[in-house]
Design a binder for this molecule. Sequence first.
Ligand code: APR
Ligand code: PHB
Length: 389
Amino acid sequence: MRTQVAIIGGGPSGLLLSQLLNKAGISTFVLERKSRDYVLSRIRAGVLETGAVELIRAAGAGARMDREGQLHDGCYLASNGRMFHVDFKGSCGKQVMVYGQTEVTKDLYDAQDAIGATVIHDAEDVALHDLTGDAPFVTYSLNGQPQRLDCDFVAGCDGFHGISRQSMPAEVRREFEKVYPFGWLGILSRTPPVEHELIYAAHDRGFALASMRNTMLSRYYIQVPLTDRVEDWSDDAFWTELKLRLPADVAARLVTGPSIEKSIAPLRSFVTEPMRWGRLFLCGDAAHIVPPTGAKGLNLAASDVHYLYEGLVQHYKQGQSDGIDSYSQRALARIWQAMRFSWSLTTMMHRFPGASDYERRMQDSELAQLENNATARRLMAENYTGLPY
Ligand code: APR
Ligand code: PHB
Protein backbone atom coordinates (compact mmCIF):
# COMPACT_ATOMS: atom_id res chain seq x y z
CA MET A 1 0.00 0.00 0.00
CA ARG A 2 1.11 3.61 -0.56
CA THR A 3 -0.07 7.03 0.60
CA GLN A 4 1.43 10.51 0.57
CA VAL A 5 1.24 11.16 4.33
CA ALA A 6 1.09 8.32 6.87
CA ILE A 7 -0.50 9.61 10.10
CA ILE A 8 0.20 7.68 13.29
CA GLY A 9 -2.61 8.25 15.82
CA GLY A 10 -6.35 8.82 15.43
CA GLY A 11 -6.80 11.45 18.15
CA PRO A 12 -7.56 15.13 17.50
CA SER A 13 -4.14 15.87 15.95
CA GLY A 14 -4.15 12.98 13.51
CA LEU A 15 -7.78 13.35 12.51
CA LEU A 16 -7.61 17.11 12.02
CA LEU A 17 -4.45 16.80 9.90
CA SER A 18 -5.96 13.97 7.88
CA GLN A 19 -9.16 15.88 7.27
CA LEU A 20 -7.38 19.05 6.11
CA LEU A 21 -4.91 17.21 3.88
CA ASN A 22 -7.61 15.11 2.21
CA LYS A 23 -9.67 18.23 1.55
CA ALA A 24 -6.56 19.65 -0.17
CA GLY A 25 -6.27 16.50 -2.33
CA ILE A 26 -3.35 15.01 -0.43
CA SER A 27 -3.78 11.32 0.44
CA THR A 28 -3.38 10.07 4.00
CA PHE A 29 -3.62 6.84 5.95
CA VAL A 30 -4.44 7.12 9.69
CA LEU A 31 -3.14 4.24 11.82
CA GLU A 32 -4.80 4.15 15.25
CA ARG A 33 -3.82 1.60 17.90
CA LYS A 34 -7.18 1.55 19.66
CA SER A 35 -10.78 1.06 18.60
CA ARG A 36 -12.90 4.08 17.74
CA ASP A 37 -15.10 3.47 20.79
CA TYR A 38 -12.03 3.51 23.02
CA VAL A 39 -10.75 6.76 21.51
CA LEU A 40 -14.17 8.36 21.92
CA SER A 41 -14.49 7.18 25.52
CA ARG A 42 -11.67 9.42 26.72
CA ILE A 43 -12.82 12.47 28.72
CA ARG A 44 -10.65 15.49 27.95
CA ALA A 45 -10.78 19.27 28.36
CA GLY A 46 -13.24 21.48 26.53
CA VAL A 47 -11.96 24.99 25.76
CA LEU A 48 -11.11 25.89 22.14
CA GLU A 49 -9.09 28.91 21.07
CA THR A 50 -10.27 30.97 18.10
CA GLY A 51 -7.57 29.43 15.90
CA ALA A 52 -8.66 25.89 16.72
CA VAL A 53 -12.31 26.77 16.08
CA GLU A 54 -11.44 28.21 12.67
CA LEU A 55 -9.31 25.19 11.75
CA ILE A 56 -12.08 22.74 12.73
CA ARG A 57 -14.50 24.74 10.58
CA ALA A 58 -12.00 24.76 7.67
CA ALA A 59 -11.78 20.98 8.02
CA GLY A 60 -15.54 20.76 7.52
CA ALA A 61 -16.11 19.42 11.03
CA GLY A 62 -17.46 22.50 12.78
CA ALA A 63 -21.26 22.33 12.23
CA ARG A 64 -22.18 20.66 15.55
CA MET A 65 -19.58 22.73 17.41
CA ASP A 66 -21.22 25.91 16.09
CA ARG A 67 -24.66 24.58 17.04
CA GLU A 68 -23.89 23.14 20.47
CA GLY A 69 -20.71 24.93 21.56
CA GLN A 70 -20.87 27.89 23.93
CA LEU A 71 -18.91 31.09 23.22
CA HIS A 72 -17.49 32.55 26.43
CA ASP A 73 -16.49 36.21 26.75
CA GLY A 74 -14.27 35.61 29.78
CA CYS A 75 -13.64 33.62 32.94
CA TYR A 76 -13.48 34.19 36.70
CA LEU A 77 -10.49 34.01 39.01
CA ALA A 78 -11.16 33.41 42.70
CA SER A 79 -8.82 33.52 45.64
CA ASN A 80 -9.72 32.44 49.15
CA GLY A 81 -13.36 33.30 48.71
CA ARG A 82 -13.17 36.46 46.55
CA MET A 83 -13.78 36.41 42.79
CA PHE A 84 -13.19 38.78 39.84
CA HIS A 85 -13.85 38.58 36.10
CA VAL A 86 -11.33 38.56 33.28
CA ASP A 87 -13.09 39.95 30.24
CA PHE A 88 -11.46 38.35 27.20
CA LYS A 89 -13.76 39.97 24.63
CA GLY A 90 -13.61 43.41 26.25
CA SER A 91 -9.83 43.44 26.60
CA CYS A 92 -8.60 41.66 23.47
CA GLY A 93 -11.68 41.28 21.29
CA LYS A 94 -11.58 37.47 21.32
CA GLN A 95 -13.65 34.69 22.92
CA VAL A 96 -13.20 30.97 23.52
CA MET A 97 -15.52 28.15 22.46
CA VAL A 98 -16.49 25.70 25.21
CA TYR A 99 -17.07 22.36 23.46
CA GLY A 100 -15.79 18.99 24.67
CA GLN A 101 -12.68 17.53 23.02
CA THR A 102 -14.49 14.20 22.86
CA GLU A 103 -17.14 15.91 20.73
CA VAL A 104 -14.44 17.45 18.51
CA THR A 105 -12.93 14.01 18.01
CA LYS A 106 -16.32 12.48 17.20
CA ASP A 107 -17.06 15.25 14.70
CA LEU A 108 -13.66 14.68 13.07
CA TYR A 109 -14.30 10.95 12.78
CA ASP A 110 -17.69 11.65 11.22
CA ALA A 111 -16.07 14.10 8.78
CA GLN A 112 -13.38 11.55 7.89
CA ASP A 113 -16.08 8.94 7.21
CA ALA A 114 -17.99 11.43 5.07
CA ILE A 115 -15.03 11.93 2.71
CA GLY A 116 -14.05 8.25 2.77
CA ALA A 117 -10.69 8.88 4.44
CA THR A 118 -8.71 5.79 5.48
CA VAL A 119 -8.60 5.31 9.24
CA ILE A 120 -7.28 1.94 10.39
CA HIS A 121 -8.20 0.97 13.98
CA ASP A 122 -6.55 -1.69 16.14
CA ALA A 123 -3.29 -1.21 14.22
CA GLU A 124 -0.67 -2.98 16.30
CA ASP A 125 3.14 -2.92 16.42
CA VAL A 126 3.42 0.23 14.35
CA ALA A 127 7.05 0.85 13.41
CA LEU A 128 8.59 3.65 11.35
CA HIS A 129 11.37 2.93 8.85
CA ASP A 130 13.89 4.84 6.68
CA LEU A 131 12.77 8.20 8.08
CA THR A 132 15.98 9.94 6.94
CA GLY A 133 15.79 8.52 3.42
CA ASP A 134 13.48 9.64 0.60
CA ALA A 135 11.29 6.51 0.78
CA PRO A 136 10.07 6.10 4.37
CA PHE A 137 7.62 3.35 5.21
CA VAL A 138 5.52 2.15 8.11
CA THR A 139 4.94 -1.44 9.18
CA TYR A 140 2.14 -2.61 11.46
CA SER A 141 -0.04 -5.63 12.02
CA LEU A 142 -3.78 -5.86 11.58
CA ASN A 143 -5.65 -8.90 12.87
CA GLY A 144 -2.25 -10.54 13.25
CA GLN A 145 -1.37 -9.97 9.56
CA PRO A 146 1.81 -7.94 8.85
CA GLN A 147 1.24 -4.80 6.75
CA ARG A 148 3.50 -2.29 5.01
CA LEU A 149 2.59 1.29 4.08
CA ASP A 150 4.94 3.23 1.83
CA CYS A 151 4.69 7.02 2.05
CA ASP A 152 6.41 10.35 1.45
CA PHE A 153 6.07 11.66 5.01
CA VAL A 154 5.05 10.41 8.47
CA ALA A 155 3.06 12.61 10.87
CA GLY A 156 3.60 11.38 14.42
CA CYS A 157 0.26 12.24 16.04
CA ASP A 158 0.35 9.35 18.50
CA GLY A 159 0.45 11.23 21.77
CA PHE A 160 2.86 11.24 24.69
CA HIS A 161 3.06 7.44 24.90
CA GLY A 162 3.28 6.90 21.16
CA ILE A 163 6.03 5.38 19.02
CA SER A 164 6.85 8.42 16.91
CA ARG A 165 8.91 10.50 19.34
CA GLN A 166 10.75 7.31 20.35
CA SER A 167 11.57 6.74 16.67
CA MET A 168 13.86 9.77 16.77
CA PRO A 169 17.32 8.77 18.06
CA ALA A 170 17.86 9.89 21.67
CA GLU A 171 20.94 11.84 20.62
CA VAL A 172 18.81 13.90 18.23
CA ARG A 173 16.14 14.75 20.82
CA ARG A 174 16.36 17.38 23.57
CA GLU A 175 13.58 16.99 26.14
CA PHE A 176 12.36 19.53 28.71
CA GLU A 177 10.10 18.44 31.57
CA LYS A 178 8.55 19.72 34.77
CA VAL A 179 6.38 17.38 36.88
CA TYR A 180 4.04 19.14 39.32
CA PRO A 181 3.70 17.75 42.88
CA PHE A 182 -0.06 17.31 42.67
CA GLY A 183 -2.84 16.06 40.40
CA TRP A 184 -6.37 17.05 39.42
CA LEU A 185 -9.36 14.98 40.54
CA GLY A 186 -12.09 15.59 37.96
CA ILE A 187 -15.81 14.85 38.04
CA LEU A 188 -18.41 14.96 35.25
CA SER A 189 -22.02 15.35 36.45
CA ARG A 190 -25.36 15.84 34.71
CA THR A 191 -25.99 19.07 36.64
CA PRO A 192 -26.31 22.70 35.54
CA PRO A 193 -22.96 24.57 35.72
CA VAL A 194 -22.59 26.75 38.81
CA GLU A 195 -21.59 29.78 36.69
CA HIS A 196 -22.06 30.75 33.04
CA GLU A 197 -18.29 30.97 32.57
CA LEU A 198 -15.34 29.05 34.04
CA ILE A 199 -14.12 29.73 37.58
CA TYR A 200 -10.44 29.11 38.42
CA ALA A 201 -10.18 29.18 42.23
CA ALA A 202 -7.04 29.39 44.36
CA HIS A 203 -7.52 28.41 47.97
CA ASP A 204 -5.36 27.45 50.94
CA ARG A 205 -6.98 24.00 50.74
CA GLY A 206 -5.94 23.72 47.09
CA PHE A 207 -6.94 24.71 43.55
CA ALA A 208 -10.44 24.14 42.15
CA LEU A 209 -11.97 24.64 38.70
CA ALA A 210 -15.64 24.91 37.77
CA SER A 211 -16.17 24.17 34.08
CA MET A 212 -18.84 22.65 31.89
CA ARG A 213 -19.67 20.81 28.66
CA ASN A 214 -23.18 22.21 28.15
CA THR A 215 -26.09 23.64 30.16
CA MET A 216 -26.75 20.25 31.77
CA LEU A 217 -23.28 18.75 31.95
CA SER A 218 -20.77 20.16 34.42
CA ARG A 219 -17.05 19.43 34.81
CA TYR A 220 -15.34 20.17 38.13
CA TYR A 221 -11.77 19.62 39.33
CA ILE A 222 -9.93 19.88 42.64
CA GLN A 223 -6.18 19.72 43.24
CA VAL A 224 -5.23 16.55 45.12
CA PRO A 225 -1.92 15.07 46.37
CA LEU A 226 -0.21 12.69 43.95
CA THR A 227 -0.74 9.92 46.49
CA ASP A 228 -4.55 10.16 46.25
CA ARG A 229 -6.51 7.49 44.36
CA VAL A 230 -9.98 7.90 42.81
CA GLU A 231 -11.40 5.34 45.24
CA ASP A 232 -10.33 7.62 48.11
CA TRP A 233 -12.94 10.15 46.98
CA SER A 234 -16.68 9.55 47.30
CA ASP A 235 -18.92 11.93 45.38
CA ASP A 236 -20.03 13.50 48.64
CA ALA A 237 -16.43 14.06 49.74
CA PHE A 238 -15.68 15.68 46.38
CA TRP A 239 -18.66 18.05 46.52
CA THR A 240 -17.90 18.99 50.14
CA GLU A 241 -14.27 19.82 49.29
CA LEU A 242 -15.19 21.71 46.12
CA LYS A 243 -17.62 23.89 48.07
CA LEU A 244 -14.92 24.71 50.62
CA ARG A 245 -12.64 25.99 47.85
CA LEU A 246 -15.19 28.07 45.90
CA PRO A 247 -16.42 31.50 47.07
CA ALA A 248 -19.27 31.02 49.58
CA ASP A 249 -21.94 32.56 47.34
CA VAL A 250 -20.90 30.27 44.50
CA ALA A 251 -20.79 27.20 46.75
CA ALA A 252 -24.26 28.05 48.04
CA ARG A 253 -25.75 27.72 44.56
CA LEU A 254 -23.72 24.68 43.46
CA VAL A 255 -26.00 21.89 42.19
CA THR A 256 -24.47 18.53 43.04
CA GLY A 257 -25.29 15.13 41.62
CA PRO A 258 -23.84 11.66 40.99
CA SER A 259 -20.56 11.53 39.06
CA ILE A 260 -20.81 9.95 35.60
CA GLU A 261 -17.02 10.09 35.31
CA LYS A 262 -14.36 10.54 37.98
CA SER A 263 -10.60 10.39 37.44
CA ILE A 264 -7.27 11.77 38.65
CA ALA A 265 -4.74 13.19 36.17
CA PRO A 266 -1.15 14.18 36.97
CA LEU A 267 0.17 17.55 35.82
CA ARG A 268 3.31 17.90 33.77
CA SER A 269 4.96 20.28 31.32
CA PHE A 270 6.93 18.55 28.58
CA VAL A 271 8.49 19.59 25.26
CA THR A 272 10.72 17.67 22.88
CA GLU A 273 12.92 19.45 20.35
CA PRO A 274 13.13 19.29 17.39
CA MET A 275 9.69 18.27 16.11
CA ARG A 276 11.07 16.98 12.83
CA TRP A 277 13.55 14.25 11.92
CA GLY A 278 13.94 13.57 8.22
CA ARG A 279 10.49 12.67 6.87
CA LEU A 280 8.93 12.42 10.38
CA PHE A 281 7.03 15.35 11.88
CA LEU A 282 5.77 15.25 15.49
CA CYS A 283 2.40 16.86 16.16
CA GLY A 284 0.36 17.46 19.33
CA ASP A 285 0.89 15.43 22.49
CA ALA A 286 3.58 13.37 20.71
CA ALA A 287 5.80 16.46 21.06
CA HIS A 288 4.48 18.32 24.12
CA ILE A 289 2.31 18.11 27.19
CA VAL A 290 0.90 21.08 29.10
CA PRO A 291 -0.74 21.14 32.55
CA PRO A 292 -4.51 21.49 31.93
CA THR A 293 -4.66 24.81 33.80
CA GLY A 294 -4.44 26.90 30.65
CA ALA A 295 -6.58 24.53 28.53
CA LYS A 296 -3.82 24.46 25.89
CA GLY A 297 -3.50 20.73 25.06
CA LEU A 298 -5.88 20.48 22.11
CA ASN A 299 -5.19 24.07 21.09
CA LEU A 300 -1.45 23.46 20.70
CA ALA A 301 -2.26 20.31 18.72
CA ALA A 302 -4.35 22.52 16.43
CA SER A 303 -1.56 25.05 15.82
CA ASP A 304 0.93 22.25 15.14
CA VAL A 305 -1.53 20.84 12.58
CA HIS A 306 -1.92 24.28 11.03
CA TYR A 307 1.83 24.70 10.47
CA LEU A 308 2.33 21.14 9.21
CA TYR A 309 -0.71 21.28 6.92
CA GLU A 310 0.50 24.57 5.42
CA GLY A 311 3.97 23.15 4.84
CA LEU A 312 2.75 19.93 3.24
CA VAL A 313 0.33 21.73 0.93
CA GLN A 314 3.15 24.05 -0.16
CA HIS A 315 5.37 21.02 -0.79
CA TYR A 316 2.84 19.13 -2.88
CA LYS A 317 1.16 22.05 -4.66
CA GLN A 318 4.07 24.44 -5.20
CA GLY A 319 7.07 22.12 -4.97
CA GLN A 320 8.61 24.29 -2.25
CA SER A 321 9.92 23.02 1.07
CA ASP A 322 10.44 26.09 3.26
CA GLY A 323 7.12 25.40 5.03
CA ILE A 324 8.08 21.89 6.13
CA ASP A 325 11.68 22.98 6.71
CA SER A 326 10.52 25.70 9.15
CA TYR A 327 7.76 23.58 10.75
CA SER A 328 9.63 22.66 13.92
CA GLN A 329 10.91 26.17 14.58
CA ARG A 330 7.51 27.82 13.93
CA ALA A 331 5.56 25.27 16.00
CA LEU A 332 8.02 25.42 18.91
CA ALA A 333 7.93 29.23 19.05
CA ARG A 334 4.18 29.11 19.76
CA ILE A 335 4.47 26.01 21.97
CA TRP A 336 6.93 27.68 24.35
CA GLN A 337 4.65 30.70 24.72
CA ALA A 338 1.76 28.40 25.67
CA MET A 339 4.10 26.46 27.98
CA ARG A 340 4.97 29.68 29.76
CA PHE A 341 1.33 30.68 30.13
CA SER A 342 0.25 27.24 31.40
CA TRP A 343 3.18 27.11 33.84
CA SER A 344 2.48 30.66 35.06
CA LEU A 345 -1.25 30.04 35.67
CA THR A 346 -0.52 26.69 37.34
CA THR A 347 2.12 28.26 39.59
CA MET A 348 -0.17 31.15 40.55
CA MET A 349 -3.29 29.12 41.30
CA HIS A 350 -2.08 25.97 43.09
CA ARG A 351 -0.76 25.35 46.59
CA PHE A 352 2.69 23.78 46.39
CA PRO A 353 3.80 21.49 49.23
CA GLY A 354 6.64 23.16 51.14
CA ALA A 355 6.15 26.57 49.54
CA SER A 356 7.72 29.41 51.53
CA ASP A 357 5.69 32.32 52.91
CA TYR A 358 7.48 34.49 50.36
CA GLU A 359 6.28 32.25 47.51
CA ARG A 360 2.75 32.42 48.85
CA ARG A 361 2.94 36.21 48.86
CA MET A 362 4.13 36.13 45.26
CA GLN A 363 1.03 34.12 44.33
CA ASP A 364 -1.22 36.65 46.08
CA SER A 365 0.64 39.51 44.36
CA GLU A 366 0.21 37.90 40.91
CA LEU A 367 -3.53 37.59 41.52
CA ALA A 368 -3.77 41.12 42.92
CA GLN A 369 -2.05 42.49 39.81
CA LEU A 370 -4.60 40.71 37.60
CA GLU A 371 -7.47 42.02 39.70
CA ASN A 372 -6.22 45.62 39.70
CA ASN A 373 -4.42 46.03 36.37
CA ALA A 374 -6.23 46.03 33.02
CA THR A 375 -2.95 45.48 31.14
CA ALA A 376 -2.28 42.31 33.15
CA ARG A 377 -5.79 41.08 32.42
CA ARG A 378 -5.36 41.84 28.72
CA LEU A 379 -2.15 39.79 28.65
CA MET A 380 -3.97 36.89 30.29
CA ALA A 381 -6.87 37.29 27.85
CA GLU A 382 -4.54 37.24 24.82
CA ASN A 383 -2.80 34.09 26.06
CA TYR A 384 -5.96 32.29 27.14
CA THR A 385 -7.87 32.96 23.90
CA GLY A 386 -4.80 31.99 21.88
CA LEU A 387 -1.78 33.86 20.54
CA PRO A 388 -1.71 34.27 16.73
CA TYR A 389 -0.58 31.32 14.60
N1 APR B 1 0.27 3.33 17.10
C1 APR B 1 -0.93 3.86 16.69
N2 APR B 1 -1.64 4.73 17.43
C2 APR B 1 -1.12 5.10 18.63
C3 APR B 1 0.12 4.60 19.12
C4 APR B 1 0.82 3.69 18.29
N3 APR B 1 2.00 3.18 18.68
N4 APR B 1 0.35 5.16 20.35
C5 APR B 1 -0.70 5.96 20.61
N5 APR B 1 -1.58 5.93 19.59
C6 APR B 1 -2.85 6.65 19.48
C7 APR B 1 -3.62 6.74 20.78
O1 APR B 1 -4.44 5.59 20.96
C8 APR B 1 -4.43 8.01 20.60
O2 APR B 1 -5.72 7.75 20.08
O3 APR B 1 -2.55 8.00 19.15
C9 APR B 1 -3.62 8.84 19.60
C10 APR B 1 -3.03 10.09 20.24
O4 APR B 1 -4.10 10.94 20.61
P1 APR B 1 -3.93 11.99 21.83
O5 APR B 1 -3.17 11.34 22.92
O6 APR B 1 -5.30 12.53 22.13
O7 APR B 1 -3.00 13.15 21.27
P2 APR B 1 -3.34 14.27 20.19
O8 APR B 1 -4.13 13.72 19.05
O9 APR B 1 -2.07 14.96 19.94
O10 APR B 1 -4.36 15.26 20.94
C11 APR B 1 -3.89 16.12 21.90
O11 APR B 1 -5.42 15.15 23.41
O12 APR B 1 -4.47 14.09 25.21
C12 APR B 1 -5.16 15.18 24.82
O13 APR B 1 -4.64 16.95 26.30
C13 APR B 1 -4.36 16.41 25.06
O14 APR B 1 -5.99 17.90 24.34
C14 APR B 1 -4.77 17.28 23.95
C15 APR B 1 -5.06 16.38 22.82
C1 PHB C 1 -12.50 21.28 31.19
O1 PHB C 1 -13.63 21.76 30.97
O2 PHB C 1 -12.28 20.04 31.25
C2 PHB C 1 -11.35 22.23 31.40
C3 PHB C 1 -11.54 23.58 31.16
C4 PHB C 1 -10.48 24.46 31.36
C5 PHB C 1 -9.26 23.98 31.80
C6 PHB C 1 -9.06 22.61 32.03
C7 PHB C 1 -10.12 21.73 31.84
O3 PHB C 1 -8.23 24.85 32.00
